[in-house]
Write a protein that binds this ligand. Structure first.
Ligand code: PGA
Length: 245
């Protein structure tokens, strides 16, 4: 059985104070939750204090990005070891906003994946097509290229730690969710691309306008193992509903 993950990707929202306050308020609401991994991915500066707040709770901590080098003259970047040191157990890699605005490619995604695995951080590797690509019937081609680009040469022993997030770019922050059928179709396709020995146990999250109104239907699909959530993870009421779908 694949344990689902509900991950809040807070992007560039919430100061340290706001982030800690959110976690302090969410904590008592999720005491009885046991069958799901609850993941909070705040901004870099909020990580240490958020970790202090959640380390004895049901929540796990993730970062939104990392650099692939161990250390060096890379102004503004953060390494895997630095993330481990402040309590992270997960890291998001290759989010479409990073691909779109910060020049992230399948090549850099692969290097970041290696760095994360080396430091025992679970990577959440994001893939997904744009609206233009979907309209041109290129969805499966794009997904296959991204999967191969990210995961080529990865030893099967690492796959227990790897999480994939399918996030159709046209559904992120737009309020337009892929229908559960559209999402399931791509999730099944992704699973089919993975090495046979790891495919059944790899968690594949869906992201793109996940909200309390659609979470149940999405999670009912056989190949959808959780959500990577932006907007609806910023409010306690809606994130709590997602966790307790
Ligand atoms: P959204 O963002 O839930 O606001 O669409 C999802 C994401 O970007 O991971």
């Amino acid at each position: 059985m694949r344990k689902p993950i509900m991950a809040g990707n807070w992007k560039m929202f919430k100061t340290e104070i706001e982030a800690v306050d959110f976690c302090a308020k969410l904590k008592p609401l999720i005491n009885d939750v046991s069958n799901i991994t609850i993941l909070i991915c705040p901004s870099f500066p909020a990580l240490p204090k958020v970790w202090d707040e959640i380390k004895d709770s049901k929540m796990a901590l993730g970062a939104q990005n990392l650099h692939w080098e161990e250390e060096g003259a890379f102004t503004g970047e953060v390494s895997a070891a630095m993330l481990k040191c402040v309590g992270c157990s997960y890291v998001i890699i290759g989010h479409s906003e990073r691909r779109q605005y910060f020049g992230e490619t399948d090549v850099t995604v692969h290097k970041k994946l290696l760095a994360a695995l080396k430091h025992n951080l679970s990577p959440i590797v994001c893939i997904g097509e744009t609206l233009e690509q979907r309209d041109k019937n290129e969805t499966f081609k794009v997904i296959e290229t991204q999967v191969k680009g990210a995961f080529h040469g990865i030893d099967v022993k690492h796959w227990d730690n790897i999480v994939i997030a399918y996030e159709p770019v046209w559904a992120i922050g737009t309020g337009k969710t892929a229908t559960p059928e559209q999402a399931q179709e791509v999730h099944a396709f992704i699973r089919g691309l993975l090495p046979a020995e790891v495919a059944p146990k790899t968690r594949i999250l869906y992201g793109g306008s996940v909200k309390p109104e659609n979470v149940k239907e999405l999670m009912a699909k056989p190949d959808i193992d959780g959500g990577l959530v932006g907007g609806a993870a910023l409010k306690i009421e809606s994130f709590e509903k997602l966790i307790k779908y």
